[in-house]
Design a protein around this ligand. Structure first.
Ligand SMILES: C[S@@+](CC[C@H](N)C(=O)[O-])C[C@H]1O[C@@H](n2cnc3c(N)ncnc32)[C@H](O)[C@@H]1O
Length: 223
């Protein structure tokens, strides 16, 4: 998978992509990330990429032309172009899995008041990471890269750990415990120490159902 990111803050990505499973996936060349500075695609000698909104109002708007120029240079025949936007389709696990099947995703990461509406004619999808506003698309791009990459073969060590995660079915994950067996009187449930895997599986399923009913009843079909 190749991720191309169009941003005005290329340095933003320097550190987070070095760590954890994503860092390893990049090191192992399962995932490639290319960062493109939008200012390099400005036709303006001041490398301007934004301007004031027509009709008035606060803030600045990313102009269509630099983004169009960047896409012309970056986009390949099998690329999917994604604009990060609060007005986009709300991101979820199903979308992450589907997008992990693409070969090349190009993310456009705006800031300030967002983009000129005409940019939307050159994108395949608009994605929102939730019903709230953050200052720019870059944090959202990192969320997408993390969530999508986990579904690419070889990124997560034990593939089983992706299969069992919350949102993979309509149930949330079951509770996990590790050492010590007793922390100030708070004991690990006996069943998990029993070595009886049939009983452990049943207990985990039951807990998943209870937790989902309690915390996210909306996930259960028919609710
Ligand atoms: C400050 S926001 C602009 C908000 C915009 N004026 C509005 O009210 O919808 C700047 C940029 O951050 C990104 N952004 C903010 N919230 C987001 C979200 N929930 N999902 C995805 N991107 C978001 C988008 O790229 C957006 O254009």
């Amino acid at each position: 998978m190749i991720f191309d990111i169009i941003t005005i803050f290329p340095d933003y990505y320097k550190t987070p992509l070095k760590f954890g499973v994503i860092g390893k996936a990049i090191e192992n060349k399962i995932v490639e990330v290319h960062i493109h500075n939008l200012r390099d695609y400005s036709n303006n000698k001041h490398r301007q990429i934004d301007d004031r909104p027509f009709g008035g109002g606060s803030g600045m708007v990313f102009m269509v032309e630099p983004i169009y120029n960047a896409l012309k240079f970056i986009k390949k025949t099998d690329s999917k172009v994604i604009l990060l936007s609060p007005t986009g389709k709300k991101f979820n696990q199903k979308m992450a899995k589907k997008l992990s099947m693409d070969k090349n995703l190009v993310f456009i990461s705006p800031r300030y008041e967002g983009v000129d509406e005409r940019v939307k004619e050159f994108v395949d999808m608009e994605i929102s990471i939730g019903d709230y506003i953050i200052t720019g698309g870059d944090a959202a791009v990192l969320v997408l890269i993390e969530a999508i990459s986990r579904h690419i073969k070889g990124v997560v060590g034990k593939e089983e750990s992706v299969i069992n995660e919350s949102f993979e079915t309509e149930l949330l994950d079951y509770p996990q415990y590790t050492q010590p067996r007793d922390f100030m009187g708070r004991k690990v449930p006996e069943v998990l120490l029993s070595g009886n895997h049939k009983l452990i599986d049943e207990w985990r399923k039951q807990k998943s159902i209870e937790i989902t009913k309690n915390k996210r009843p909306d996930l259960i079909k028919g609710n």
